[in-house]
Design a protein around this ligand. Structure first.
Ligand SMILES: *[C@@H]1O[C@H](CO)[C@@H](O)[C@H](O)[C@H]1NC(C)=O
Ligand SMILES: *[C@@H]1O[C@H](CO)[C@@H](O)[C@H](O)[C@H]1NC(C)=O
Ligand SMILES: *[C@@H]1O[C@H](CO)[C@@H](O)[C@H](O)[C@H]1NC(C)=O
Ligand SMILES: *[C@@H]1O[C@H](CO)[C@@H](O)[C@H](O)[C@H]1NC(C)=O
Length: 390
């Protein structure tokens, strides 16, 4: 999403920043051009979908595609049918837009328009388009759920949709502080929910905090049914430095779940503020999350190597660890390992330069010629390696 595009772009450069000194120390100077070429290749961004082979071919538990036709029709659950009466899900995202003329001076040039389908977008419109598509996907796959947008009281978001609520929270929304503000907003939101406890009247609202550049492609209500004992759920991947992604955090909507979820996030905020402020623009929250989890004495980080859900007590909270492969699936950047897409993928995360793909996917799903989620997943799988301009 537009709000995070600054730190995301920075994030994309990270592998190079990490690699460069290493490469220079290993290779002769004449190899410098190779690194530059690599950099050029990595920064080329496309203004149209680029389809490649669908990874995971021949693997029986991965989606098989023929072009953008899915050979496996994934069984998507009908959300209304398998959730307890009196319980609901609300998706929460932090979103704000920035004054585009300030944007322009920062970058020293006019922002060009970018076109998807028959619509052109300037920078602010692009971020609004991402937010709208985020909402569209949720309303298509989980029509009973609500969406709450935590935002800067100063930003007047033009969002007028059923079941979508704007929730202004005072704070510091500058780009540099946005990830910090995001955790603060989550905590403030949970705090408010606790205070309103007496008005719940037995109604339970579970919360899923996500980035807004995700597409929910299956019902997520089953997490709360299938794993009845967690307070808080996080998504993990097999990555030593950043095993946890902050783009998906679920909190059980019981008083106990909310209280413990809040305390956990307060601990993350404390670690973030004391240890990772230098990274505040981008990775600080993920590093702080990982620190809180790994510093727990009984925690075994080896569990991150297998993509299987597990439950662990961290501080006072029962934390459910869900594999990113299913709940936060992202096509890896560049030439990383790419094992395809699990058949039961539920959330696709359009990190970094994949925002165009998010819009194209929605347009594809909503076009009259095809409305099949499995086919759309093939589109994502075969084009997700490309960097786009949006
Ligand atoms: C997915 O489709 C492929 C090709 O038709 C088939 O070989 C494979 O068994 C299917 N996988 C599952 C789990 O149904
Ligand atoms: C955006 O920034 C410009 C230049 O700083 C200012 O003149 C304008 O009033 C701002 N617009 C809004 C909506 O804040
Ligand atoms: C774009 O506009 C053209 C001509 O009006 C139309 O034929 C085409 O279907 C449109 N494409 C999309 C993606 O809406
Ligand atoms: C889906 O497509 C139809 C027809 O092109 C359009 O009228 C509708 O607004 C679209 N729905 C969403 C949620 O964008």
């Amino acid at each position: 999403m537009r709000v995070f595009s600054g730190w995301r772009r920075f994030l994309l450069c990270l592998p190079l920043i990490f690699f460069l000194p290493h490469i220079f120390s290993v290779l002769e100077l004449q190899q410098t051009s190779t690194v530059e070429d690599l950099h050029k290749k990595q920064t080329k961004k496309f203004d149209h979908l680029v389809l490649g082979p669908a990874a995971g071919e021949g693997l029986h538990d991965r989606l098989q595609c023929q072009g953008i036709k899915a050979l496996n029709k994934t069984q998507f659950s009908a959300s209304a049918n398998n959730f307890n009466f009196g319980e609901n899900i609300a998706f929460i995202t932090v979103f704000t837009t920035y004054n585009s003329s300030i944007d322009r001076t920062i970058n020293g040039k006019l922002r060009e328009l970018v076109t998807v389908g028959n619509t052109s977008y300037n920078k602010v419109e692009r971020s609004m388009a991402i937010l709208n598509v985020f909402i569209n996907f949720i309303q298509a796959t989980m029509p009973q759920s609500n969406i709450i947008i935590l935002t800067d009281p100063a930003s007047k978001l033009p969002v007028h949709k059923n079941r979508v609520t704007l929730y202004p929270i005072q704070g510091e929304y500058s780009r540099d502080k946005l990830m910090l503000q995001r955790i603060r907003s989550y905590i403030a939101f949970l705090e408010t929910r606790l205070q309103e406890h007496s008005q719940w009247q037995g109604h339970i609202n579970h919360y899923i905090f996500t980035d807004s550049d995700v597409a929910v492609v299956d019902d997520l209500g089953q997490i709360f049914n299938n794993y009845p004992n967690f307070h808080l759920a996080l998504t993990f991947r097999n990555n030593k430095e950043q095993p946890l992604n902050s783009g998906f955090i679920a909190v059980r909507g019981t008083p106990d779940g909310i209280r413990r979820g809040k305390v956990f996030l307060q601990e993350v905020l404390k670690v973030y503020s004391s240890k990772y402020m230098k990274a505040s623009r981008m990775l600080g929250d993920q590093l702080a999350l990982a620190w809180v989890v790994k510093s727990h004495p009984s925690f075994d980080a080896k569990r991150f190597t297998k993509p299987q859900a597990f439950l662990e007590k961290i501080g006072g909270a029962s934390v459910l660890f869900l594999p990113c492969a299913i709940y936060n699936w992202t096509p890896p950047e560049g030439a990383g390992q790419f094992h395809g897409m699990p058949l039961d993928v539920k959330v696709v995360h359009f990190k970094g330069s994949r925002k165009r793909l998010m819009l194209e996917s929605w347009n594809f799903l909503n076009s009259s010629s095809s409305s099949d989620i499995s086919d759309m997943l093939c589109l994502i799988l075969s084009s997700g390696r490309t960097k786009y301009d949006f």
